[in-house]
Design a binder for this molecule. Structure first.
Ligand SMILES: [Ca+2]
Length: 431
């Protein structure tokens, strides 16, 4: 298309040249021939013919050119529109890019949520178990709260001793009974020679007799292998219903036996594993002061079906057996204070505290043997007879089941119903 356009333009230029040459019309020498017109110099007719011949095509060319120009213009417009569209799309793209990043962010958040969801799902059972534990703990807490409330209610109530102590007091249990006490139980007493009052178990019978209990064995729940201080002060447990084991204490026993001009009787009550019950009474019973190592003395054996084991026993081992197993006049011994008549230590060997000679025929603080019968092998490293022994009833290899040592003024023991009363009543042990 470009060559024909140039040819047309050349034709116009020639046309103009001819016009100026026509004005000089007279001079043909001024026409310069060129290859486009051939060997002829164009004349007005020739130009007119040329014009008539070429005018339609030129017009055609011009129309075409105009159309082309219009097309270009249209294209430009289209481009501009495209640019605008592109710009718009760029803007919208930027916007959508923002949305996309937001979406990406959102999706990453969603991913995280999914991970959390998976974690939560995976930990579901654990959470369930934990919830169970929590609810169980809540139940426990509720229980504890209820217990706490119950305790608070109990605490707000006026206190009352679980161990009931009787209100009456006296010099000893007979004095308490003389004042009207009819119930066995715990009483505070203060013998004349005692420094201060102390608690005792009083056994008060239907005859109005008040026994002051100084020793009780019944089930082996309290160990009697104690030292000097413990035998001096006492050990074990006093109970208002006579269900516990104890040793009242030598200092209190001393005070109880020296405070009155009326002779004191020591009653010993014994129960064997067959349920048999026997007793032995010792009149004018006294326990000396600590300075004399709580020496045991009594006036005489006052009777009883258990026999006089305190007088010693002839075991058949040696002619001096009875002499060296008697107890009247013996000082008290513990493993840490040996006052016996033996080269060794009776209290240590026998695991007790007692008025040891060399060593004993009656031994009520001995080791507790369930069932009663025991042997040298049972008796530990020394192998001596160390049970709860009263040899005038059972032999030294039989340990008694229950013992009671209790004091009563001689006047009361005999006054009510005579010697037989002791047997019939038998210290309230249920006969
Ligand atoms: Ca000794």
């Amino acid at each position: 298309m470009a060559p024909s356009l140039l040819a047309a333009a050349g034709g116009l230029l020639l046309l103009c040249s001819f016009t100026s040459a026509q004005s000089r019309g007279d001079s043909t020498t001024s026409c310069t021939l060129n290859d486009g017109f051939g060997k002829y110099c164009p004349t007005t007719c020739g130009v007119a013919d040329y014009m008539l011949r070429y005018t339609p095509s030129v017009t055609k060319e011009l129309d075409y050119l105009i159309k082309e120009l219009e097309s270009v213009a249209n294209l430009t417009q289209g481009t501009e529109n495209t640019v605008v569209v592109m710009k718009d799309s760029a803007v919208s793209h930027q916007k959508s890019a923002l949305q996309e990043s937001f979406y990406k962010k959102s999706s990453s958040v969603l991913d995280e949520f999914r991970q959390y969801e998976n974690t939560i799902f995976a930990q579901g059972e654990q959470i369930f178990e934990l919830e169970n534990i929590i609810s169980e703990n809540e139940r426990r807490m509720a229980d504890l709260k209820q217990l706490s409330l119950q305790l608070q209610q109990k605490c707000s109530e006026p206190c009352k001793d679980a161990v009931e102590i009787q209100p009456l007091t006296g010099a000893d249990c007979q004095d308490v009974a003389n004042k009207g006490a009819t119930t066995s139980g715990l009483y505070y007493i203060k013998p004349a020679k005692a420094k201060e009052q102390f608690l005792v178990y009083c056994e008060i019978d239907s005859f109005g007799r008040g026994f002051t209990v100084i020793q009780r064995r019944r089930d082996g729940s309290v160990k009697f292998d104690k030292d000097w201080i413990q035998y001096k002060e006492g050990f074990g447990y006093l109970s208002p219903d006579d269900t516990t084991e104890f040793w009242l204490g030598l200092e209190k026993i001393h005070a109880l036996t020296i405070s009155s001009n009326i002779p004191t009787v020591l009653r010993i009550e014994l129960v064997d594993w067959e349920g048999n019950k026997k007793y032995a009474d010792y009149n004018m019973f006294r326990v000396g002061p600590e300075a004399d190592m709580y020496r045991l003395t009594y006036g005489f054996y006052f009777g009883g079906d258990a026999g006089d084991a305190f007088d010693g026993f002839d075991f058949g081992d040696d002619p001096s057996d009875k002499f060296f197993t008697s107890h009247n006049g013996m000082q008290f011994s513990t493993y840490d204070k040996d006052n016996d008549k033996y080269d060794g230590n009776c209290a240590q060997q026998d695991g007790s505290g007692w008025w040891m000679n060399r060593c004993h025929a009656g031994h009520l603080n001995g080791r507790y043997y369930q069932g009663g019968k025991y042997t040298e092998k049972d008796a530990g490293e020394y192998g001596f007879d160390n049970g709860i022994i009263w040899v005038t009833w059972h032999n030294r290899w039989y340990s008694l089941k229950e013992t009671t040592m209790k004091l009563i003024p001689l006047s009361r023991l005999t006054a009510s119903s005579g010697q037989q009363a002791g047997t019939k009543e038998f210290g309230g042990l249920g006969v």
